[in-house]
Design a protein around this ligand. Structure first.
Ligand code: MG
Length: 160
């Protein structure tokens, strides 16, 4: 079997005055994800999807924030490292698909930039990276704009 699928999820509270960095780009929004470093929940979910598919540990185990090596590492570095660790096991990303649950920031106008940003980090075509925003229909705490929740899947292929 030379293909594998992986799933990653993440959730971050949104805080007033934090830069709103998701998918490696900054979105115009008065609140941004709380977390050490940039709090980029999209890249964190993708990192877990890739490491999951590659049979590696999860993001918190691989890159503990109390380890000086990763203390101030931004999410882009962690994702690149996950891709490198997977590649060391000969697993390469075929495509990824991401759902961002939020009622702010708006995702749709920024999809092309976000897809291009993620594609560049993964070293694949933007066509193989999909991203969409979904609202919560007023049903959860997320619908008050207090958090962003992300689900990501990826397909890996092993070079023969
Ligand atoms: Mg996170």
């Amino acid at each position: 079997m030379n293909i594998r699928v992986g799933l990653g999820t993440d959730i971050h509270r949104l805080e007033e005055g934090r830069p709103c960095i998701l998918g490696g780009i900054e979105l115009p929004h008065p609140k941004g994800p709380r977390g050490h470093s940039d709090g980029d929940a999209v890249l964190h979910a993708l990192t877990d999807a890739i490491t999951g598919a590659a049979g590696l540990d999860d993001i918190g185990t691989l890159f503990p924030d109390d380890d000086p090596q990763w203390k101030d590492a931004n999410s882009q570095e962690l994702l690149r490292e996950a891709v490198a660790l997977a590649a060391a096991k000969r697993w390469h990303v075929v495509n990824v698909d991401v759902v961002i649950n939020t009622e702010g920031p708006k995702i749709k106008p920024h999809r092309p930039a976000m897809r291009a940003s993620i594609a560049k980090l993964l070293g694949i075509d933007a066509d193989a990276v999909n991203v969409k925003g979904k609202t919560l229909e007023g049903l959860t705490e997320l619908s008050e704009g207090r958090a962003v929740s992300v689900q990501a899947v990826c397909l890996l292929q092993r070079a023969l």
